[in-house]
Design a protein. Structure first.
Length: 630
């Protein structure tokens, strides 16, 4: 039986991340990047596919855990009959390596502790060659990968795993450092664990102090911002959708996707979240990543890219892993990168416009690229596409896609009108008006007073909640109010919003999935825009309540089983949380934030788009080892 998704916490170093269970087991880690092969893959398979467990040997009476305030340092407290220990987990990059650091501290009594380490590279298939280099040092090598374990604990090999047993009394601690490096290089130098912990906490606290999280939802905003920072690939500024692959949208189903990639659909909402929070360095890095990733011929633009803008994201199935909760297949890569999605052009143009309004300096090269994108959209806006949800069924004329094509031209026009850029504005206005007229004619159901998912369709789509936010229609327009009410009737189930009805939609997959959490936040935003503030607050608090005990959200939620589902933690969910929290606590409404670009912190802490320095975890120098042992 797989542990609930919400039982995991995330630690990371802004280049990769690990999932730590409530039981003290790290069941997922891809090294050295988010999208590398996993060396701990028990999350999607068996323990034999790799894990790292540190836990009391005796029966555990209770488990409590938390992040140190304003950090990504995870502390798990285990209470036994004999006493209590705290397991401290964190990650820190240095030079050409990365360190996963675990420290066990005894807080009360005397506690016997056990450690089990099973390293399996290649998503659990490759057993490394293990060599003991010293009493406290072990090296594991397989092909290009090398991992080194250092600890004063008395470890030994047993049945193709490394184990240790020891006891701690109050005031004693035991450190473990697992370091990754390329196998052709010398082994990573030892580090001072106490110094590393101090530097890691200092970095996160300093970074969080610079964010502008205020109001009654400040704690939720800060935790989501820290999560978003932890999902940012530091070398490029790209933001991964999640650090995991194939956590199912429905348990036992085939809706299992690799989310260790960067989606263009997240572009504008990510940028708004960061600029509204005052983290302009990260916003500039994300904007620049977008510009680099899509550079080239507009007709070759993809809906997602790799961490550094890679385009070849071939999807294949890891058939030796049974899948989380027996949900097969386990997928690596994502075939949806080959889809045609019209909406991403609007997302890009909107992101660039929001960047200009937020104070991120434009470049002539950037505007030239945007004009090329607009020229392409002029040729393809009337074509059917796969839509925002990457359906694998027949192409359709999705309303949200057409609206985002309208957004593309609208933001290009604003670039000329408001920022002095050059372009054929009258031509763009004409196309913008044509799109608007067609959507209102073919995409609106007069009998039901609602916009529809696609032309000639009776279905609804939660992405229609963004119509007012994008500025396509005013929030007080009866057609938008009617759309919100229709989505409440058809897609709001047990208090949470479904993306669309998978049983009736021809999306190329078996029906069934959970409530998509970003869409539920969008409904709260729509409530605010039409003046239903009490309903917005109620829904927002319902969403806050389903976060796990560490404040983390997955992609979806099953209201019947009351479980998070889908990849975890999910950037899109946390981005939506941040924006809704700001909408509730600041004066501007969501349509004003996105359509008119009124950022709460406009002009403060601005960073130039080509800024080299983005807030990064401290990279430790090569120091001698120093650690407290029992």
């Amino acid at each position: 039986m797989s542990a609930p998704i919400e039982s995991y916490g995330m630690i990371g170093d802004c280049e990769t991340a690990a999932l730590v269970g409530r039981n003290g087991s790290i069941d997922w880690l891809c090294w050295p990047r988010f999208d590398s092969d996993a060396c701990f893959a028990a999350l999607l398979g068996e323990q034999s596919n790799g894990y790292w467990l540190i836990t009391p040997r005796d029966e555990v009476k209770s488990v409590q855990r938390h992040y140190r305030p304003d950090t990504l340092i995870l502390e798990t407290e285990f209470e036994t009959k004999a006493g209590q220990i705290t397991l401290i987990d964190f990650m820190l990059p240095r030079d050409s390596t990365s360190d996963l650091i675990r420290m066990v501290r005894c807080d009360r009594g005397e506690v016997a502790v056990c450690m089990e380490l099973v390293l399996r590279f290649g998503y659990g298939t490759t057993t490394p060659w293990v060599t003991r280099l010293a009493r406290d040092t072990m090296r594991a090598v397989a092909g290009p990968d090398m991992v080194v374990l250092r600890t004063p604990a008395p470890f030994r090999g047993e049945n193709f795993k490394t184990v240790a047993e020891f006891s701690l009394v109050e005031g004693q601690s035991m450190p473990f450092v697992l370091s990754y490096g390329p196998s052709h290089l010398p082994i990573p130098a030892p580090i001072d664990v106490d110094h590393a912990l101090e530097k890691c906490e200092e970095f996160w606290c300093d970074w969080t102090a610079k964010t502008k999280a205020d109001g009654r939802h400040a704690e939720a905003i800060r935790r989501s911002l820290i999560t978003l920072k932890g999902l940012t690939y530091l070398p490029s500024g790209g933001i991964v959708a999640a650090p995991t692959t194939s956590l199912p949208e429905q348990f036992g189903s085939e809706r299992n996707w690799d989310y260790r990639l960067c989606w263009l659909r997240d572009a504008t909402l990510s940028l708004l979240a960061m600029m509204n929070a005052g983290i302009y360095d990260e916003a500039a890095a994300w904007r620049d990543w977008l510009q680099r990733a899509v550079a080239g011929s507009p007709d070759e633009m993809q809906i997602m890219y790799g961490l550094q803008g890679e385009r070849r994201l071939t999807e294949w199935e890891v058939d030796w892993l049974r899948g989380y909760a027996d949900s097969r297949p386990v997928r690596v890569g994502n075939a949806a990168h080959e889809q045609f999605q019209l909406d991403v052009y609007g997302e890009l143009m909107d992101a660039f416009e929001q960047g200009r309004k937020g104070g991120l300096t434009s470049t002539e090269e950037g505007w030239g690229l945007q004009r090329a994108l607009i020229d392409h959209v002029a040729k393809v806006w009337d074509k059917p596409d796969n839509g925002i949800w990457e359906t694998r069924g027949p192409l359709q004329h999705f309303v949200h896609s057409k609206v985002m094509a309208w957004v593309a031209f609208d933001r290009a026009i604003k670039g000329v009108e408001n920022h002095g850029l050059k372009g054929p504005i009258e031509e763009w206005r004409a196309i913008r008006d044509r799109i608007h007229t067609e959507v209102c004619d073919k995409g609106f159901d007069k009998k039901r007073n609602t916009f529809r998912a696609a032309y000639e369709s009776d279905l609804l789509d939660a992405s229609l909640l963004l119509l007012a936010q994008t500025g396509f229609i005013k929030a007080d327009d009866p057609r938008f109010v009617g759309t919100v009410e229709a989505i409440e009737r058809d897609l709001l189930h047990d208090g949470f919003v479904m993306r669309y009805n998978t049983h009736d939609a021809n999306d190329g997959l078996k029906p069934g999935e959970g409530a998509f959490l970003a869409c539920s936040f969008w409904l709260a935003d729509a409530y605010i825009s039409i003046g239903r503030y009490a309903d917005a607050e109620k829904l927002f608090h319902r969403l806050l309540a389903i976060r796990n005990d560490l404040g983390l959200l997955a992609e979806e939620y099953d209201p019947h089983k009351r479980r998070l589902q889908g990849n975890f933690p999910q950037a899109f969910s946390h981005i939506a949380l941040i924006n809704t929290a700001f909408n509730l606590t600041r004066s501007q409404k969501p349509s004003e934030q996105r359509a008119n670009g009124h950022h709460g912190l406009k002009g403060k802490g601005k960073a130039k788009p080509n800024a080299k320095k983005v807030s990064a975890p401290p990279r430790l120098s090569r120091r001698g080892a120093s650690s407290r042992s029992r």
